[in-house]
Ligand binder design. Structure first.
Ligand code: FES
Length: 145
């Protein structure tokens, strides 16, 4: 696939998650709640996670933000559901490496997340893409302690 076609495909994947977000909403009961905002623009996310026996059994998000931040939140919640805390945090490290344009562990199937790889070329948007991931890391690291 030419890089133009790939860019176009990635754009479509991002817009699909933005317009049809997966896991939108708020989990009740014993869920972890993490609120985070992007200081550069004020956009915000509320992430709720359910963790049982070291596994993320459910994840939902609410928030206001640009297409990159909201699609990234949608992809992230989709990716971590059913994963062990360790696996979810590993995904977060991979995503952070991807955003910094570093080589990242591609043994794991990243699915739709790959569509955000191009964001690394736009430093001003990296905080948009990592907002939901930072919220997830904060929640899971606090839960691990
Ligand atoms: Fe605010 Fe992207 S412009 S999160």
């Amino acid at each position: 696939m030419s890089s133009n076609n790939l860019d176009q495909l990635y754009r479509q994947v991002i817009m699909d998650h933005y317009k049809n977000p997966r896991n939108k909403g708020v989990l009740e009961d014993d869920s972890l709640t993490i609120n985070m905002n992007n200081p550069t623009c004020g956009d915000r996310i509320q992430l709720t996670l359910k963790v049982n026996d070291g596994k993320v059994t459910d994840a939902k998000f609410e928030g206001e933000g640009c297409s990159i931040s909201m699609s990234s939140a949608s992809m992230m919640t989709q990716a971590i559901k059913g994963k062990d805390i360790k696996e979810a945090l590993k995904l977060s490290t991979i995503f952070s490496d991807m955003m910094q344009g570093k080589d990242y562990d591609d043994d794991i199937d990243l699915g739709d997340i790959e569509a955000l790889s191009g964001v690394s070329k736009f430093p001003a948007r990296i905080k948009c893409a990592t907002l939901a991931w930072k919220a997830m890391e904060k929640g899971l690291k606090e839960d691990e302690q």
